[in-house]
Design a protein around this ligand. Structure first.
Ligand code: AMP
Ligand code: ZN
Length: 671
């Protein structure tokens, strides 16, 4: 077999495995392998595809991320209007709906399907020959925006659907799936935490955050947010291909889409009412927010017969849950230090029942929010629990007679360090890396796979180490003893020894990881690497001024200021000293700045090179920041020509693209 054929086989095998694991992880929530193993498979596939660019297909798992920001959105017409839904706010209104439906078709009884009403952004996904080709927002209902590169980054959206499954359900290979892009509560909280950490604005709710993440020109932004997709409609040429809506949901599930796991067939409006009541109580426990229940007529033929008004279908209705609000008095506003060191004002409330839960505290997020609300201690406020477990203050309804404004303290209430505030940021924070409020978070970050890679140091262990005061900061890790570790819960002597070995091994990892592991704000993995290469030692970095820092490629004033701020804290200076004493490798060989020499350039290879395989050549250019594509266009920067080049060579000549022979290529690489 030719090498191309062997590679094709291997590529197909890898893709299948990766798709399976994406499905397990992102749709079923039941991963079968570790993240590290998954990354390894993905890297193998990437490497193979780099060596065989002609075999990259649009539905390869490698094609989820990527694409450069675009200049605008294209408008696309919908095959059938994406309508809104009529609302019902009471059981009476549900019964009215049921009566209208039955009268409309002249039947005694109608089957319904109830699903959660996802609170996100509706989207239409179009598949051709089983492969995802287009993702379009609802827009004005008749035309939407083409957001294909963005939706491709969402891992619970299959890039292609198994043709045998389609065949089994007699669904043609060209079809459309509609559904909702949402953000889970967890992803939403994580995003807001991250926004605060980076001095950005908080998102008001998961819906806004999800919509904002999809309707951006840069698909990289979409990729960086954890979004999910739930399918609720299957169409072929704008029509329902299956007899019942419940059949569609079952088919969609087999096509490996996520569908509402709790959808139920109801044989009467009474059953519908029970479903709505049941989920009103349970909805707080769902991983995502819902604002109601969507009730749909199950039979496709009845749906068609009933049709739609200009605004909404007549065969469906949304039963909306009421928001839960209550008024109470703000007895005090205190400050809590978050896990990232941000100081959060919290309203201490006169306890009050809201939707069956006693509420006595509510976060005010930051000083800006306190000012926006105009809330003082002593005021009476309206609070709301809208799907969220944590209630929030909506507004001041009455100013207190002896009201008192809130003031940010100058010192951290946990450790007494000075409070920092960057000019262009909302948050006030404690930057002491060893502040007790941040201890656990700092330790987990330090141990992370991309930081010091101390695999055995998970949440359960960190909790115990901190609570038992065995570890106060990351340097203490290097002084842990076998006996005391082995005495912890869930720790046998063997695992304790393994952990110690991992901690020991982490000492050698080098400066770039260590810089990242310290958890300086805005300093990610890549910045850590650049800083390590530039400064060569932790001491040099510690003493660097803002001017010296911005000399580093890709380090801007904001990052520089944050680094200087970090090392200006005396507790952090001490920490560095102790890490050095513990024997960590705090040096890095200085290299010529790598990774930027050919940044942004695009290469195409044709013919055989004598010193490199395609794969090696590809890795070489990408290590200098360039990328390899398979075909020549005006956007190609260089075509590298080896022995017996193919048609790409002629194309390059005709387009006037720079052509390099092997010697010129080496020269360009600086060899
Ligand atoms: P509204 O925009 O409030 O009129 O509600 C209509 C929207 O609800 C639809 O456009 C969908 O985006 C959304 N929706 C959420 N969950 C579902 C569901 N299970 N079935 C149908 N539509 C849903
Ligand atoms: Zn502190």
């Amino acid at each position: 077999m030719s090498s191309a054929k062997t590679a094709a086989k291997e590529i197909a095998r890898l893709r299948q495995r990766i798709r399976h694991h994406e499905y397990c992880y992102y749709v079923l929530d039941e991963p079968e392998i570790s993240d590290a193993k998954f990354d390894k498979l993905m890297n193998q596939l990437k490497a193979l595809e780099a060596g065989h660019p002609e075999q990259v297909t649009p539905d390869s798992p490698t094609q989820r991320v990527g694409g450069t920001p675009r200049e605008g959105f294209l408008s696309v017409r919908h095959s059938r209007a994406m309508l809104s839904l009529e609302n019902a706010y009471s059981c009476d209104e549900l019964r009215d709906f049921d009566r209208r439906v039955r009268e409309g078709i002249g039947r005694e009884r109608v089957d319904y399907v109830c699903e959660h009403k996802f609170d996100g952004l509706s989207i239409s996904l179009q598949y051709e020959d089983g492969v995802l080709v287009r993702g379009v927002t609802r827009g004005d209902g008749s035309t939407g925006e083409d957001v294909t590169p963005n939706v491709k980054t969402i891992r619970s959206i299959p890039l292609s659907v198994d043709r045998d499954v389609l065949k089994k359900h007699r669904i043609p290979r060209d079809f459309e799936v509609r559904g909702e892009i949402i953000m889970t509560r967890k992803a939403f909280e994580q995003l807001n935490r991250q926004q605060e950490e980076q001095g950005g604005k908080r998102f008001a709710n998961p819906r806004n955050a999800a919509a904002g993440a999809v309707r951006v020109l840069d698909p990289g932004v979409t990729a960086s947010r954890r979004l999910d997709f739930y399918a609720y409609l299957l169409l072929v040429d704008g029509r329902l291909p299956l007899k019942r809506h419940s059949d569609s949901l079952a088919a969609l599930k087999q096509m490996q889409f996520r569908v509402c796991a709790d959808f139920a067939a109801c044989r009467s409006v009474e059953e519908v009412e029970k479903y709505c009541a049941r989920w009103e109580e349970k909805r707080e426990k769902l991983p995502y927010e819902i604002d109601g229940i969507v009730v749909k007529v199950d039979e496709a033929a009845i749906q068609t017969e009933l049709g739609a008004t200009a605004k909404a279908p007549r065969w469906a209705i949304a039963y909306k849950y009421p928001a839960r609000q209550e008024t109470t008095v703000v007895n005090d506003i205190i400050v809590q230090v978050g896990r990232t060191g941000a100081l959060t004002p919290v309203a201490v409330l006169e306890p009050v029942q809201v939707g069956g839960v006693t509420v006595s505290r509510s976060t005010l997020h930051n000083l800006d929010e306190v000012e926006r609300l105009g809330v003082h201690i002593g005021d009476t406020v309206l609070i709301e629990r809208a799907g969220e477990v944590i209630p929030h203050v909506v507004k001041v309804v009455q100013e207190g007679k002896e009201r008192r404004p809130f003031e940010m303290p100058g010192k951290c209430p946990e450790c007494g360090s000075r409070i920092h505030k960057a000019e262009d940021e909302v948050a006030y924070r404690c930057v002491n890396a060893a502040c007790p409020a941040k201890r656990k978070e700092s330790l987990l970050h330090f141990a992370g796979r991309h930081a010091m890679n101390i695999d055995g140091l998970g949440e359960k262990i960190v909790d115990q180490l901190v609570d038992k005061e065995m570890v106060r900061d990351v340097a203490d890790l290097y002084h842990l003893k076998l006996e005391s570790l082995a005495a912890l819960e869930r720790m046998a002597e063997k695992s304790a020894q393994n952990l110690l070995d991992e901690i020991e091994a982490s000492k050698k990892l080098g400066l770039s990881r260590l810089i990242y592991a310290l958890g300086v704000r805005f300093v990610g993995e890549r910045t850590g690497q650049l800083l390590a290469e530039h400064f060569g030692s932790l001491e040099a970095l510690k003493d660097a001024s803002e001017e010296q820092l911005v000399e580093v490629h890709e380090v801007g004033p904001k990052v520089a200021a944050s680094i200087v701020e970090f090392f200006s804290e005396s507790a952090n200076k001490k920490l560095v000293k102790r890490l050095v004493e513990a024997g960590l490798n705090v040096k890095e060989e200085r290299k010529a700045p790598k990774g930027t020499r050919l940044a942004g350039k695009t290469f195409v290879f044709t013919g055989e090179l004598s010193t490199y395989t395609r794969e090696q050549a590809g890795e070489l250019v990408s290590s200098h920041g360039a990328k390899v594509t398979s075909s020549v266009s005006k956007k190609t920067d260089y075509v590298v020509v080896g022995a017996e080049p193919g048609s790409k060579y002629d194309k390059a000549k005709s387009l006037g693209v720079a052509i390099l022979d092997e010697a010129a290529f080496e020269k360009l690489l600086g060899k």
